[in-house]
Design a protein around this ligand. Structure first.
Ligand SMILES: NC(=O)c1ccc[n+]([C@@H]2O[C@H](COP(=O)([O-])OP(=O)(O)OC[C@H]3O[C@@H](n4cnc5c(N)ncnc54)[C@H](OP(=O)(O)O)[C@@H]3O)[C@@H](O)[C@H]2O)c1
Length: 267
């Protein structure tokens, strides 16, 4: 059998990262060689997560963790540290999988240039869950037939980034199909223009942040006398993201530059 792929996981002690770490522990073709997380820095991840198969150090920063030889860097921290971590991973010669939300299209353009120069790959997935991937595909199909569409994303009150990574990725994908039609141009809106949301990649995007919501995203399509809503609701568990993230780790070496969306590497 080939040597296991060596993975560094930034955010391994977090909600999403700890579920992924357990998934990596159970995968014979993957080996977690280092973790990143500030509060548990200096400890073994196995002790932090109570999983003996995750016997690797937790480092306070990606820069420290990247001193450990590895193949793939997984970014699962927070929007404010994600871009620097990914660039550091590319500089160290690793491919990167980005689960963290909040990076902008401009950030990805910059990362793409660096990745191509170094002949490395970055796979950015606003949502690793298969049901979310399907929602995006169905929405793309609808956008081919309908001209009026908008995106609404809902999340808990403490989510710092807006729109969500899923909503951003959806805007990129729908915008590639076509720009959504605005019968009243944004400059012609009477009242605060923000009431019509942000125009991202040619699509209006609205973010709701309030207690009681987990993470949901909705693509809303309108036709004459009819409506179509395509919605994804995440539950409370991080489990749905694990399978997709494992696939991303295994497939990221197959191209170079930035790709966005898990389905770009799905068989
Ligand atoms: N793509 C997807 O399918 C998907 C799914 C779920 C979540 N997400 C996104 O993934 C990100 C993480 O979400 P989460 O709910 O797991 O957050 P979380 O529970 O707060 O976990 C964040 C992790 O990153 C570490 N961290 C944060 N800032 C850091 C820094 N500056 N340096 C080093 N480590 C740092 C935290 O440890 P310390 O605080 O101890 O440093 C913790 O281990 C968010 O952007 C979220 O939107 C994406």
């Amino acid at each position: 059998m080939a040597e296991p792929l060596r993975v560094i996981l930034a955010g391994a002690t977090g909600w999403a990262g700890s579920a992924l770490a357990r998934g990596i522990a159970a995968a014979p073709d993957l080996r977690l060689v280092a973790a990143v997380g500030r509060r548990h820095a200096g400890r073994r991840l196995s002790d932090v997560l109570g999983e003996p198969r995750l016997d690797c150090p937790v480092h306070a920063s990606a820069a420290e963790a990247l001193a450990v030889p590895a193949d793939v860097f997984v970014e699962y921290t927070r929007p404010d540290s994600a871009k620097a971590n990914v660039l550091a991973a590319l500089a160290a010669g690793l491919h990167a999988v980005v689960g963290t939300s909040g990076l902008t299209d401009a950030d990805y353009e910059e990362i793409d240039a660096v990745a191509r120069e170094r002949q490395r790959a970055v796979l950015a997935c606003g949502n690793f869950a298969i049901t979310a991937v399907l929602m995006m595909k169905f929405a793309e199909m609808a956008a081919a037939y309908l001209d009026h569409f908008e995106i609404v994303d809902y999340a808990h009150e403490t989510k710092v980034d807006a729109p969500s990574g899923t909503a951003r990725e959806l805007s990129v994908r729908l915008g590639r199909v076509k720009q959504s039609r605005l019968d009243v141009p944004l400059d012609g809106v009477r009242g605060p223009r923000e009431a019509r949301g942000a125009r991202l990649n040619g699509v209006q995007v609205h973010s709701v942040r309030a207690p009681g919501y987990t993470i949901s995203v909705e693509a809303v399509f309108g036709g004459r006398g009819e409506r179509l809503q395509i919605r994804h609701d995440a539950g409370e568990s991080a489990e749905p993201y694990v399978g997709g993230a494992l696939l991303a780790i295994r497939r990221v070496h197959t191209f170079s530059g930035v790709r966005r969306g898990l389905d770009t590497v799905m068989p």
